[in-house]
Design a protein around this ligand. Structure first.
Ligand SMILES: [Fe+2]
Length: 377
């Protein structure tokens, strides 16, 4: 059983104030650059960062579901600056973009050439991750997910040298996050934990992190959604749950929920957390026959008293559906994706590398069934 997480992790309220110290004394970087998005530029969060790094070059063009052409364009400009550290600040998109750019700064060509595992020839630059949402897990994983705009496909670019050198996870950075983003990113984190726990490659070590993450996220999400500003305990529990859910899926895998959400994200630019939130209950329902015993453990840890494993698991799925409703997550029908597109989505989902990790075997026709069921809910 192997567990690998080589990133140096600073966790806690106020940790961001140590950014310069970490860059100077631990990373010994002299020419860092910052990768972020337009939302962060307007959020006020840079006031905690820029005074520590005067004159730093900021690349703020990262979009949701970051695109290969954006990454390739930024890489050309970034290489000319010869940085020695890439800092990613934001949700999953800027963090994944930062990892991809760290790779392209030491390797020639476009990002499409590096799809897959360990395709880089030179080690990527050190990467420092600063998450500002409670869902990505990217701060403790080796993968960067970038949309290939020509193929409309989400590529996974990964390798042991792509883990962040350092992650600073400061729950105060989500203090001003809008409720809708808390809901979608928090449910993305819950999906990471539940999928990691039920996935075929799960181990005792990943289970330990996944179970704790489910408890923390379910215990904190609604409180954070209602009033994150005045709720430091829920902020901390949500961020910690999200990070250790990253430990779990980074060393086991995600399952069919992410296979569908990555397909829909690539085709329609649907936010990742929303797509996961919509499909989590439907994939769990499909998976029930093959993992209801394990799912019942999650049910009981979530307060469901039922001693019958099957009905306890069904109650757990209903609980997640009810939670999504209370958090005002849209339903599949709200995304306006026509039935004629289901075949393509099912095909792409089936081809996703994580399909074999799903606890119940599934083929393209099974993905079609899950999509049909979701449409009618
Ligand atoms: Fe995710």
């Amino acid at each position: 059983m192997l567990f690998h997480m080589p990133s140096r992790l600073y966790f806690g309220s106020g940790e961001i104030k140590n950014l310069k110290l970490i860059i100077d004394d631990y990373l010994k970087a002299r020419n860092p650059v910052l990768v972020t998005d337009a939302g962060i530029m307007k959020s006020g969060l840079l006031e905690k960062i820029l005074p520590q790094l005067p004159g730093i070059k900021v690349f703020d063009q990262i979009e949701a579901n970051p695109k290969s052409d954006t990454i390739n364009t930024i890489a050309k400009e970034m290489r000319a600056l010869t940085p020695d550290l890439i800092i990613g600040l934001g949700g999953g998109s800027p963090l994944d973009a930062g990892k991809a750019l760290a790779l392209l700064c030491t390797n020639e060509g476009d990002i499409e050439a590096y799809e897959g595992r360990e395709k880089y020839k030179q080690d990527p630059l050190p990467f420092l991750a600063i998450p500002t949402t409670c869902g990505t897990g990217s701060e403790v994983t080796w993968v960067s997910v970038i949309t290939d705009v020509n193929r409309k496909f989400k590529m996974s670019i990964k390798g042991p040298k792509m883990y962040p050198a350092v992650s600073i996870v400061d729950p105060d950075l989500i203090q001003t996050l809008p409720p809708s983003i808390i809901a979608s990113t928090g449910l993305d984190a819950l999906t990471h934990a539940v999928e990691a726990y039920l996935s075929k490659p799960a181990t005792l070590i990943t289970d330990n992190h996944a179970v704790k993450a489910v408890q923390l996220i379910l215990g904190a999400l609604e409180g954070a959604y209602t009033d994150i500003k005045n709720n430091p305990t829920d902020r901390e529990n949500l961020m910690f749950g999200s990070t250790i859910a990253g430990f779990a899926f980074g060393n086991s895998d995600v399952t069919a929920v992410h296979c569908i959400s990555e397909s829909i994200g690539a085709l329609y630019d649907i936010p990742h957390g929303i797509a996961n939130s919509i499909f989590l209950p439907h994939v769990l329902t499909y998976n029930l026959p093959d993992c209801y015993r394990k799912m019942a453990t999650l049910a009981r840890l979530s307060g469901i008293k039922d001693t019958n494993d099957m009905t306890a698991s069904q109650s757990f799925i209903e609980m997640i559906m009810d939670l999504s409703k209370r958090l005002h997550i849209p339903q599949f029908k709200d995304l306006n994706i026509g039935k004629d597109k289901f075949d393509k989505i099912a095909e792409m989902s089936f081809e996703n590398n994580s399909t074999p990790s799903n606890p119940r075997a599934l083929e393209k026709k099974d993905y079609l069934r899950i999509l049909e069921n979701a449409k009618h809910t």
